[in-house]
Design a binder for this molecule. Structure first.
Ligand SMILES: Cc1cc2nc3c(=O)[nH]c(=O)nc-3n(C[C@H](O)[C@H](O)[C@H](O)COP(=O)(O)OP(=O)(O)OC[C@H]3O[C@@H](n4cnc5c(N)ncnc54)[C@H](O)[C@@H]3O)c2cc1C
Length: 444
């Protein structure tokens, strides 16, 4: 092949990137391309910022190897075909993705490439195992229950990691284009994007992985990797992360790799059930949700008056990330206590999360709401008990709800039980009335 375009989407890395590695091995000249798609840009200021930083970092890495990252703006399919005409490319390489939007894009690109006699090749790289790599024994298209999926996933042969290209040769006279000015984002304490930052964090995390099995639910300990946004944008290869963790061995490593399997699990569900963000997987679980804009707003603002819920919601806005246990508690509070529609939660999380993605966000929301596959519809989370168990001294709450800083110990989880004299001095609301069975969760 003479010239290949590598169309980057959410594989913003040079290490273990099969699309990039294959193009470098098979073409004389390479055009790494990213198309800023206005449809996706508007979705989230936080992710727009993370994306911008990741693109700037990728561009640096490509330049260091003699190449560049060509930036175009518009419809990704039309821009790829236009550029292919300009540089006389005979091939396009693309990492496969699972969302309905991404698959439509792949389909359209396939059609346009055929029309213009350009070969399109799709590559793995978004997951450890791509949807369909393992299938249930009974002939089903995909796994609906996690445990059997995990067993197959864990024992399957994973692909080999590919080498990082040393040299990238651009065709002559390619106009690389400029990155637009960096977006500000919304969360002041959000992490910075990019493969370089992701790899630095991964290296650091591998030294702290040991007690993950014991600490991953401990909210104040903050004992999880916080690598999710780097995985979301493909700044890190999920396969390389899983391999690196496996090398460490031990219960911490096993528990961490199992979480990466949850990620693949929801991707393969989404591949087969693309309406996962809007349509209940189990229709029978999708009851008549209440319409209560005021309660919804209190939940969004972190002003429900239930401290552990408010702490989680404020962490989300401050950091563009929320601890998994807090995601469970806040999501259950919205759906099981306030009885509000899980789709509202999907949208709010999706606006703020740097790691926000269709499969994981919607899959987990449906799991909590009781509408998903592999869910226990009647499971409820008592936020007081959850708080006392996973934040026993109230440290997590005090970190994110400064109005309660002066309340010591676990009493912070139930400020309404404090003596009137203390409570009246706190600038913190009383608990939002729960719609369902009055405040069951307020009992001791
Ligand atoms: C309501 C709700 C919404 C969520 N929305 C998202 C989302 O939009 N994007 C997202 O990446 N995760 C989502 N999660 C899953 C999980 O909360 C995050 O992946 C995790 O908190 C990220 O932090 P970490 O990187 O420190 O995770 P770690 O504990 O270090 O886990 C390592 C990696 O495993 C994956 N992972 C961990 N837990 C899960 C899980 N339950 N489901 C799928 N993958 C998992 C992530 O890629 C994560 O980075 C959601 C969970 C809930 C309950």
């Amino acid at each position: 092949m003479r010239t290949a375009i590598v169309l980057f989407t959410r594989d913003l890395r040079i290490h273990d990137n099969p699309a990039l590695a294959s193009a470098c091995a098979n073409a004389e000249t390479i055009v790494p391309l990213f198309v800023l798609d206005p449809k996706l840009q508007q979705l989230s200021p936080n992710r727009a910022r993370f994306l911008h930083q990741s693109l700037a970092d990728l561009r640096e890495s490509l330049r260091a190897r003699g190449g560049d990252l060509v930036i175009r703006e518009g419809d990704p399919v039309a821009e790829t075909i236009r550029l292919a005409g300009e540089v006389e490319a005979d091939g396009v390489a693309l990492t496969q993705d699972v969302s309905a939007y991404a698959r439509r894009r792949e389909q359209q690109l396939q059609e346009e490439c055929e029309r213009h006699r350009i070969s399109l090749k799709l590559f793995p790289g978004t997951n450890v195992l791509a949807p369909g790599d393992v299938r249930p024994g009974g002939g089903g298209a995909y796994y609906k229950v996690f445990s059997p999926y995990y067993r197959s996933w864990e024992s399957a042969k994973w692909r080999d990691e590919v080498a990082t290209p040393r040299k990238i040769t651009l065709p002559a006279d390619v106009n690389a284009g400029k990155l637009p000015p960096p977006p500000a984002g919304e969360s002041p304490e959000a992490v910075d994007g990019g493969e370089t930052e992701g790899r630095r964090r991964l290296k650091n995390w591998l030294g702290h992985l040991g007690p993950y099995d014991e600490l991953h639910d401990d909210m104040p300990a903050d004992g999880t990797s916080r690598l999710s946004a780097y995985l979301r944008f493909g700044c890190l290869s999920p396969l390389a992360v899983a391999n690196a963790a496996r090398e460490k061995d031990g219960p911490g490593s096993a528990a961490f790799v199992r979480q990466l399997c949850w990620r693949d699990f929801y991707y393969q569900v989404t591949y087969s059930f693309p309406r996962i963000s809007t349509t209940a997987y189990r229709e029978s679980g999708d009851r008549e949700w209440r319409n209560d804009p005021d309660a919804l707003q209190h939940w969004k603002d972190g002003l429900t008056g239930v401290p552990v819920v408010d702490a989680g919601m404020r962490q989300l806005m401050a950091e563009g990330w929320m601890h998994n246990r807090a995601r469970l508690i806040t999501a259950a509070f919205l759906t099981k206590h306030l009885d509000l529609d899980w789709r509202e939660g999907v949208k709010w999380f999706f606006r703020w999360l740097n790691d926000g993605d269709v499969a994981n966000n919607s899959g987990n929301w449906q799991w909590v709401a009781g509408t998903g596959n592999d869910t226990k519809p009647y499971r409820r989370f008592n936020p007081i008990r959850q708080g006392e168990r996973f934040d026993p001294d109230g440290e997590y709450v005090r970190r994110y709800v400064p109005e309660l800083k002066s309340v010591r110990g676990k009493a912070v989880h139930q400020p309404w039980r404090l003596p009137d004299t203390v409570r009246s001095g706190l600038d913190y609301p009383g608990p939002l009335e729960s719609h369902r069975d009055e405040a069951v969760w307020l009992r001791p």
